[in-house]
Design a protein around this ligand. Structure first.
Ligand code: PGA
Length: 249
């Protein structure tokens, strides 16, 4: 059975709650689709407004980050219960911006992935190499390491429901998209790594997205690749173009 495509927006640090209501209302008719799943990952403070505005549509709401403790003295952090209670069902884990600016590591990513599953949230687990790593020829080794650590203690049933977003750091927000062949090569290697860690069933079920300067012009070619099950979209997810990405066919 063919895997369903999942197109997720990553709003990053954009939009106030008021603007969120407006943007979701604008995009709602444009992202309607029967065969593509759609998620808007929004700043934590925007989740209630996004959930309210998305009611009755095909849009699911996600958070962009989450802490791995249940509660307590962690000033400024957002817990899994808070996200669930706000009505979000997805959470981005380990985005390269979190790793670069907020010191997240493969180990904290693993803790967050386990917590997300414990609370019934679907993690969108990010991985990706820097330009230097690509030039050094270690892309696949690096990605395999990120994936292996992220999935420590994750059960096969959980892994089947996971989403992995392959996002080469050099392609994020740069307008420099990986070619569809480059993206497919790594997404295929990720699926092979999951097959090794679990089995063919899990590898066939898991959703693997590409992210990094996805736009209305390149989505169709990227999503046509056999191991690319959709995209994680930053800049273009804030524009009407997002509807064209969802309806890429
Ligand atoms: P971009 O961001 O589409 O703006 O390159 C993607 C991401 O960071 O998830």
């Amino acid at each position: 059975m063919a895997r369903r495509k999942l197109v997720a927006g990553n709003w990053k640090m954009n939009m106030t709650p008021t603007q969120t209501t407006e943007l979701v209302n604008t995009l709602k008719p444009l992202v309607a689709s029967d065969d593509v799943d759609v998620v808007f990952c929004v700043p934590a403070i925007d989740i209630p407004a996004a959930v309210e505005a998305a009611k009755g549509s095909n849009i699911k709401i996600g958070a962009e980050n989450m802490y791995f403790e249940e509660k307590g003295a962690f000033t400024g952090e957002i817990s899994p219960d808070m996200i669930v209670d706000s009505g979000a069902t997805y959470v981005i884990i380990g985005h390269s911006e979190r790793r670069e600016y907020f010191a997240e590591t493969d180990e904290t990513v693993n803790k967050k992935v386990l917590k997300a599953f414990e609370h019934g949230l679907t993690p969108i687990i990010c991985c990706g190499e820097s330009l230097k790593q690509r030039e050094q020829g270690i892309t696949i080794d690096w990605i395999r390491q990120q994936i292996k650590i992220a999935f420590i203690d994750v059960t096969a049933d959980q892994a089947k429901k996971a989403v992995i977003a392959y996002e080469p750091i050099w392609a994020i927000g740069t307008g420099k998209t990986a070619t569809s062949d480059q993206a497919e090569e790594v997404c295929c290697a990720i699926r092979a790594c999951i097959r090794e860690l679990y089995d063919a069933d899990v590898a066939e079920a898991i959703t693997i997205q590409y992210g990094g300067s996805v736009n209305a012009g390149n989505a169709a070619e990227l999503f046509a690749k056999p191991d690319i099950d959709g995209g994680l979209v930053g800049g273009a997810s804030l524009k009407p173009d997002f509807g064209k990405i969802v309806n890429y066919k």
